[in-house]
Structure formats: C-alpha cells, structure tokens
Design a protein around this ligand. Structure first.
Ligand SMILES: [Zn+2]
Ligand SMILES: [Zn+2]
Length: 216
C-alpha cells in the first residue's frame, strides 16, 4: 500500500528528509501550516473542515532504521453538541510519534536482515516508510487527530441537553419547565388513548378467543 504511488514532494503533507540526512542522532525541527485534507476527523460528528489550517510542529530524528517523527498538530475542529445539537468549535491538539523506515531494498548492509525478519512478522500496512527520501505524514496525522477528538463532544461540560417534551435547549433557558396545565392535558390525552386502546383490545381479544375455540 505504501509503495503504490510515488510521493509528490509538493504535497503539503509530504516531508523531505534529504536535508536531515542519514547520520543517526541528527535532529531537525520544523513547523508547517497545512490545509486540512478532506474528511479530517470523525465523519458527520466532528472534525476540521477541509482546507482549514492545521499547524504542525515536527521533530525529525535520524535513527539507524529510518526517521523517527515526533510531532504535534493544532487545529480548530467543528461539530455539534451530542446533547443539545448546538454547533461547537474547539481547539484540538494531537500528538504523534512514528518511525518511518527506510525500505528494506535500499537498506545497505546493517539492519537489512532484521527488517526482512520484522517485515515477515508484522503487518506491513501498519508500517510507515520513507520513499526516495520523502515521507507522507497524512495517514499518521489522520489517526492522531481522530484519537484526540472527543467521541461525545459537548458544548459545555454540564450541558443539560434538550427538553424531552418540547425540544427546547435547556442551557438557554435554565428555568424551563412545563406547568401543571400541560400535565393535565397530557393526562387527558393518555386517558383518551387508553380508552381507544382498551376498546380495540376488547374486540381483538374476543376475536382471538373465538378463533381459539374454532380451532379446537
Ligand atoms: Zn450542548
Ligand atoms: Zn420543554
């Protein structure tokens, strides 16, 4: 999967490791603001709108097997409160760290036997690779952002949600209640329903009884 398409160094989420080089222990820090890719977040729940700025701070470290990428992404996410459905925005900070390995084929000498071994043991698709000195941060960034997102976003910690009777947003109207008249109306309505339902039950019950007798 990682080897399918050639990485495009002009893509905002593709990073170049040529400047870093391969000497283990070499460090490079960089920051970049990139436009959020499509469907960045939990679809339909919460996420960063496509094109909105995502601020990246990365630390690249050359190690024997590849480049260790440690970073933080900051972005504003939009969604809606799961309790009152009000739109909400929050600042998201997602941390990530991953080793991008040099492909086994250009692993000259040391470590090549080991990477073959581990390639057999581990699921190749879960591994990240450096290709032509480039790596694509997008899959890693996506996972980190999804993990950092609240699964049940709320507009405020103690959002009281919506009134179960009329759907009003209770946070806007803390004294919201339905008075006795409504309850009486509801009681009458229930009574009416019960009477109608009762008649139906009686008839169907009688029919059922007849059926039973006829069957026997
Ligand atoms: Zn809410
Ligand atoms: Zn209400």
């Amino acid at each position: 999967m990682a080897h399918n398409a050639r990485l495009d160094h002009r893509s905002p989420l593709v990073f170049d490791t040529h400047e870093l080089g391969r000497r283990p222990g070499t460090l490079q820090r960089l920051t970049r603001t990139v436009p959020a890719p499509k469907d960045f977040g939990l679809k339909g729940v919460i996420g960063t709108p496509e094109g909105a700025p995502v601020e990246l701070a990365l630390r690249l470290e050359a190690v024997i097997e590849g480049v260790l990428v440690t970073g933080t992404a900051r972005a504003q996410v939009k969604g809606e409160c799961v309790r009152c459905l009000e739109p909400l925005e929050l600042d998201l900070e997602a941390d990530f760290q991953e080793l991008f390995s040099y492909p086994a084929t250009d692993d000259r000498g040391r470590g090549s036997a080991r990477s073959e071994e581990s390639a057999g043991d581990e699921d190749d698709e879960d591994m990240f690779f450096i290709e032509d000195g480039l790596f694509d941060l997008e899959p890693l960034l996506r996972d980190a952002v999804v993990l950092a997102l609240p699964m049940q976003p709320v507009c405020q910690e103690d959002c009281p949600g919506l009134c179960s009777q009329c759907g009003a947003r209770l946070a806007d109207d803390p004294d919201h209640h339905h008075d006795a008249v409504d309850i009486r109306w509801a009681a009458l309505q229930e009574l009416a329903d019960a009477m109608r339902g009762g008649e139906k039950d009686k008839t169907s019950g009688a029919e059922a009884g007849v059926d039973e007798k006829q069957e026997k």
